[in-house]
Ligand binder design. Structure first.
Ligand code: GLC
Length: 752
């Protein structure tokens, strides 16, 4: 029986939707005006200063030295915000100090609640693989609930940096390579964090970061130079930021990198012209950690005073931990180098958000010890992150239906250094979650199978114990664990190998020049395969890895990322078939690091194939394919999904209707992400060969067929020109639909 689904893609690129949040509340504006009128220049500057938590607040107050100055500044209204203050007791303590100031202005308390607070969701890149916006929004709500219950009212998330470079450690923190998927996810996460009422004590202000283009760091090296063209900036980088602003995000964070010669922190085009000007953003912009001071090593500022001047003129409202605003803004205003109106505007924006959070009504609104006891780690939160984790898993290969595993009747050996790891699944961005709090694969598999498993680590990942800050020494020599693992593999019917990256090998400051499975793990895999061909490789990683050897030799490969607290339970449910995997890759997997950056929405070039340039003179490598190992949008399940009957018809105006039939050919019910791509064949600015413009995750019972229907209008068929204006140009479009960005049905349509 056919069912129709009408999908209108969420508008993500256009500025014509005036978001409710960009209109301010007159009642709040009146309060902000009244307070500003009473504030001195120093007190306004104080709001623009953010300190990191700097002593054990429940211990003795600091006496003497820098901490004592900070302590005094806190009490005298010279601090507008603190970050990394955790727990109701500590937040109450610093709030009490701040309220001793002349005007009793409360602090806004920020924290990196990137993918959960104490109960961890999957890393954001994994969540993006779910393509399930409702699950992602629920995951963000869980994070907000736990953080708010702990006294926090502002998270430095969502990170919405598009990236095509798996060498960059922070790809784990974003939503991958596509601006449309990234925009939908950015909006969902903002709504999950902020809810409908920011004054609700279980919602927190979002912070969209890192504005902008941080993910385009050259060579994938963190903090490195970014030099991109206008078309890439407007069409690839900015759409997720715009979607987050339209979703009502109340703060932005700028980025460490320069863009075309101007560091983001001092970039007026980004912060004043686009964000606060064209987009009408009424919240505030916080610098990244010390990024105002970093204008000096960038070579833009000769000293801290000039750094402060450049940053405040460019629209950076709050100074995270560089002290340059506190040290220099007063004299810059008094000397006429900085207009006091800019200080007043920055303070206004910060006070506005504090009023919206309800902090002036009740500065202790987030300090409820009872909530802290009952709203962290409860069963609803555990269920939410388990559902999120299951949906984030991507099945990449399943030769001869090796998976799902039976729960009995087969002897299973579990091998690999990450198989019993209860910390790595938490990733590296989890300052409030203790080590060892994740369910390991071993625990999950034993729980779901009801059997005890033979388990062999096989090899240590590091020499010594990994420490968060120091460089990790990968074990390249010690194979003493191989023999036991190989012997265990000999005795098993099936081997499940859990290999990949330790949680501290991904994230900020964790770029890798080589993206193979690190250390001696691949050697261990080869040794196991030599004695048992029935191997399921479970990857635990924070970035696409170059696994071309594995893809050729291993019969089953499961991409399990770093899945958070419920990792082992989610992986076990997929391995044993309790959940039919439905994830789709949000980033292309390269065959080798030499192909990076590699992405599906690339341009054609003037010599896209041999026909254009003969045997040699066309865009290719002599020693590697142009194609990824696994493309954007790819993922299979235990049921084959078949596509047919693509139809593309004209709708009203310049809109088109796209419909396609998808059938579940398998014996198991399953979910499928139906994806729609376009190629604007000829335009005034060259367009990518494919652009994702709509998707829908549908559930199909065994044998069920469904016709899925989308409507694309100018907000999907257009693009930003090099003046930053959204334009739609009539002409020929190739429309494609399928279960990934390569295996698609296609039909050309002309819109005149
Ligand atoms: C870090 C990160 C940023 C984070 C901030 C506060 O350096 O770049 O994403 O929110 O500092 O921890």
């Amino acid at each position: 029986m056919k069912k129709w689904i009408l999908i209108l893609p969420l508008i993500y690129g256009l500025g014509w939707m005036v978001p409710a949040w960009s209109q301010t509340d007159p009642a709040i504006e009146a309060k902000v005006d009244a307070l500003l009128a009473r504030m001195t220049l120093e007190e306004k500057i104080g709001q623009m200063n953010q300190y990191n938590g700097f002593w054990n607040f429940t211990g003795p107050a600091p006496a003497g030295g820098e901490a004592a100055n900070k302590f005094d500044n806190l009490k005298s209204g010279m601090v507008g915000s603190m970050l990394n203050v955790r727990g109701v007791e500590n937040v109450r303590k610093v709030q009490e100090l701040a309220l001793q100031s002349r005007l009793h202005i409360p602090l806004i308390i920020g924290f990196d609640v990137i993918h959960g607070y104490q109960t961890l969701s999957p890393i954001p890149l994994a969540e993006a693989a779910s393509w399930d916006l409702a699950a992602i929004q629920r995951s963000a709500k869980v994070a907000a609930t736990e953080a708010a219950a702990s006294g926090i009212n502002w998270t430095f998330a969502p990170m919405v940096d598009i990236s095509r470079d798996a060498r960059w450690g922070r790809v784990m923190e974003g939503a991958g390579e596509d601006p449309f998927l990234g925009a939908q996810i950015a909006a969902a996460r903002v709504q999950g964090f902020q809810g409908r009422d920011l004054s609700d004590p279980l919602t927190i202000a979002a912070c969209v970061k890192h504005f902008a283009a941080y993910g385009f760091a050259e060579a994938g090296r963190d903090y490195n130079t970014v030099d991109i063209g206008t078309s890439t900036l407007y069409n690839m980088v900015l759409p997720p930021f715009k979607a987050a602003a339209n979703a009502g995000a109340r703060t932005f964070m700028n980025s460490f990198n320069e863009i075309n010669g101007i560091p983001a922190t001092a970039n007026a085009l980004l912060q004043r012209d686009i964000l606060k000007g064209q987009w009408g953003f009424t919240g505030f912009v916080v610098s990244d950690w010390g990024s105002i001071g970093e204008l000096i090593p960038h070579g833009l500022a000769r000293d801290g005073k000039q750094a402060a001047e450049l940053a405040v003129n460019a629209g950076s409202d709050m100074d995270m931990e560089s002290y340059n605003y506190l040290n220099h803004l007063k004299s810059l205003v008094e000397s006429g180098q900085v207009d006091e109106a800019l200080i007043t505007d920055a303070a206004r924006r910060i006070l506005r958000v504090k009023f919206e959070l309800g902090l002036f009504d009740d500065p202790y609104r987030y300090c409820d010890e009872e909530r802290e006891r009952t709203m962290i780690g409860n069963s609803d939160e555990m269920d939410a992150v388990l559902q999120m984790a299951k949906k984030s898993i991507v099945l990449l290969k399943n030769e001869n239906a090796l998976l799902p595993l039976p729960k009995s009747g087969k002897k299973v050996a579990l091998i690999g250094p990450l198989a019993a790891d209860k910390t790595s699944p938490l990733g590296s961005w989890r300052p409030a979650a203790d080590d060892g709090t994740a369910i390991s694969v071993l625990e999950g598999m034993e729980r779901y199978s009801g059997n005890r498993l033979m388990h062999y680590p096989g090899v240590k990942l590091f020499e010594g114990e990994p420490a968060f800050v120091t460089e990790l020494q990968i074990n390249e020599t010690d194979t003493t664990g191989f023999a036991a693992a190989v012997n265990g593999a000999k005795q098993a019917d099936v081997v499940v190998m859990v290999l990949g990256e330790h949680g501290l090998m991904t994230g900020e400051g964790r770029s890798r020049a080589f993206i193979d499975i690190p250390g001696l793990q691949e050697e261990l895999l080869k040794a196991v395969l030599a004695v048992n061909s029935q191997v399921v490789l479970v990857l635990m990683n924070g970035r696409p890895l170059a696994i071309d050897w594995e893809a050729e030799h291993v019969p089953a490969i499961v991409e399990a990322w770093h899945l958070g607290t419920q990792s082992g339970n989610a992986i076990a449910q997929v391995l044993y078939g309790d959940y039919n995997p439905s994830g789709k890759l949000p980033m292309s997997f390269p065959r080798s690091v030499g192909q990076v950056p590699i992405y599906y929405n690339h341009k054609s070039t003037g010599r896209p194939d041999r026909a254009g340039g003969g045997m040699v003179f066309w865009s290719h490598y002599n020693d590697e394919s142009n194609d990824p190992l696994y493309p954007f949008g790819f993922g299979i399940g235990y049921s084959k999904m078949a596509y047919s009957d693509l139809r593309v018809t004209r709708g009203s105006g310049n809109s088109i209707t796209v419909q396609v039939n998808v059938r579940n050919m398998g014996k198991l019910a399953g979910e499928e992400v139906v994806q729609v791509y376009i190629h604007d064949l000829v335009a005034s600015v060259t367009r990518p060969v494919k652009e994702l413009k709509a998707f829908e995750k549908v559930s199909l019972s065994a044998g069920e067929s469904r016709t899925v229907r989308f409507t694309l209008d100018e907000s999907s068929l257009g693009f930003y020109n090099n003046d930053g204006h959204w334009v739609f140009e009539p002409g020929d479009f190739m429309i494609m639909a399928g279960g990934n960005s390569v295996d698609v049905l296609q039909e050309k349509i002309t819109i005149q």
